[in-house]
Design a protein around this ligand. Structure first.
Ligand code: PLP
Length: 482
């Protein structure tokens, strides 16, 4: 496993890989960082990557690929229909999850589109441990509703619970009794709950949830996008699986679920996505949508090169050295932050370190987007690009009121195998400075607010001149402008 104990007793992450290709990055001076975030409408999605020092926006499509993945790209079989590449990828996936059928799609949200079109009826409810932005948008677009049944502890920022992503079984039973099975489109389990801290779901919980659903005649859908981290946590936190092979854990998960889908931008560290099922009826309905929305059935909008890389990346997911790297680095970053008093989501999960912006900026009203403000302030202080995961990432209610997020988080995603320990320490140091100066951070307001998924392209302005004051303070404290 990729941690090592020094003689001092300190335990540190140790990379079980070496870099064989690198990309130069640069750190702009603070006055330029201020100008760039202003130009970007205080939305980190609108920054140009060339102006970013450490890009911790997301792990989507930014994980490092292995030598074997690059090598596989050369054997890609270019053809519109019946490509050998498709059959290679299909074989890996079918083998991994034990499902009969695989449908390709260009990325995770495209799978959600197809699944929502197939399973969501108007006014039906999709029940899930927690929603993901694009998941919810596709369900509501089809006239459906989303209900979340994550355990109460999952909503607490700080906790010691090892599986905070777990479904609350009582809430599940209550929802089924209240809604009735015919009004439930499906029960969805998201591995490594993206929006609430990358928190895993245990096998024990998945067994219980799928057992209840099967008995009630309700379909189960598994979002496997963040499965790699979740597999690591099942192996390292769930005693029963300590010595069980990762492939056997994956197959058991596969056997429990009616539909599995994933973003290959995360799982498999490549690009693309796909849906798996053994249910013939659902398969034939979903299959018709693939050529219409994605591409022919043997590529589904993916490039054959990416499909080859995905096939190899999926097999590499069975290696503990590969899947442990992100969770161990996330833990290292969370520990550094906590040692400096910065409030973060605990226990550390997968995906990234999540800073509690509600506690950090408790002087900023939720309607003035504390997490968005903190993400902008972080860019000014460090050139690090994080992502708002709070009220800004929610959609307004039909009456136009804000849907206040249950957690206000700034996510510092750690794309797999990209950053080094010194870069992690840099982030923690600049965040600690920001924490000391947190009262200088002010709120944001929209100047241009799209109706759908506003966080992607919406533009905001700072309320007052706090960004300028913050940049000036930074220059004074650091003496130099970096
Ligand atoms: C990223 C992600 C998606 C969407 O995948 P894309 O490939 O970005 O469209 C869906 N679910 C979860 C949990 C994700 O993390």
């Amino acid at each position: 496993m990729a941690t090592v104990k020094f003689r001092s007793g300190e335990r540190i992450p140790l990379e079980m890989h070496r870099a064989r290709m690198v990309q130069k990055i640069s750190l702009l001076p603070v006055d330029e960082r201020l100008a760039k975030i202003r130009e970007a409408g205080f939305n980190t999605f609108l920054l140009k990557n060339r102006d970013v020092f450490l890009d911790m926006l997301t792990d989507s499509g930014t994980n490092v690929m292995s030598d074997n993945q690059f090598a596989a790209m050369f054997q890609a079989d270019d053809s519109y229909a019946g490509s050998e590449t498709f059959f290679r990828l299909e074989k890996v996936l079918v083998d991994l999850f034990g499902k009969k059928h695989f449908l390709p799609a260009h990325q995770g949200r495209a799978c959600e589109h197809i699944i929502a079109r197939t399973l969501v009826k108007p006014d039906s409810t999709a029940i899930m441990n927690y929603h993901f932005t694009t998941t919810k948008a596709h369900i509501t677009l089809m006239g459906g509703k989303v209900e979340e049944i994550i355990g109460d502890e999952g909503m607490k920022v700080q906790s010691k619970l090892p599986f905070k992503g777990n479904v609350d079984i009582d809430k599940l039973k209550e929802a089924i009794a209240r809604l009735g099975k015919d009004n439930i489109s499906f029960v969805r389990i998201e591995a490594g709950t993206n929006l609430v801290g990358g928190q895993p779901v245990s096998m024990a919980n998945m067994r219980e949830v799928t057992g209840i659903c099967k008995a009630a005649g309700i379909k189960t859908v598994f979002d496997a996008s963040l499965l790699a981290d979740n597999l690591y946590f099942i192996k390292s936190r769930e005693k029963e699986f300590e010595k069980i092979d990762i492939i056997d854990i994956t197959r058991e998960i596969g056997s429990m679920m009616d539909v599995i889908y994933f973003s290959a931008r995360k799982l498999g560290s490549s690009r693309g996505g796909g849906i798996l099922t053994s249910n013939e009826e659902m398969f034939s309905r979903m299959r018709e949508l693939v050529p219409l929305y994605e591409g022919f059935l043997t590529y589904g909008g993916m490039s054959v090169r990416d499909m080859e890389a995905t096939a190899v990346g999926l097999i590499e997911t069975l290696d503990m050295d590969v899947i442990s790297q992100t969770p161990i680095f996330v833990e290292a970053l969370c520990n550094e932050m906590q040692a400096k008093g910065v409030p973060v989501v605990t226990p550390p999960g997968g995906l990234g370190c999540h800073v509690d912006a509600a506690a950090f900026c408790d002087h900023i009203d939720q309607e003035e987007y504390p997490a968005g403000a903190l993400a902008a302030a972080l860019f000014i202080a460090s050139g690090v690009r994080g992502m708002e995961r709070g009220t800004l990432s929610e959609q307004r209610n039909p009456d136009g009121s804000e849907q206040l997020a249950e957690m206000e988080l700034v996510r510092l995603a750690l794309p797999r195998r990209v950053y080094t320990l010194s870069q992690i320490k840099f982030v923690a140091d600049r965040f600690a400075w920001l924490y000391e100066n947190r009262k200088m951070i002010g709120g944001l307001r929209f100047t241009d607010e799209p109706k759908l998924l506003r966080f992607f392209i919406g533009r905001l302005d700072a309320i007052g001149d706090w960004p300028e004051k913050l940049a000036k303070q930074f220059e004074e404290d650091f003496g130099e402008s970096l």
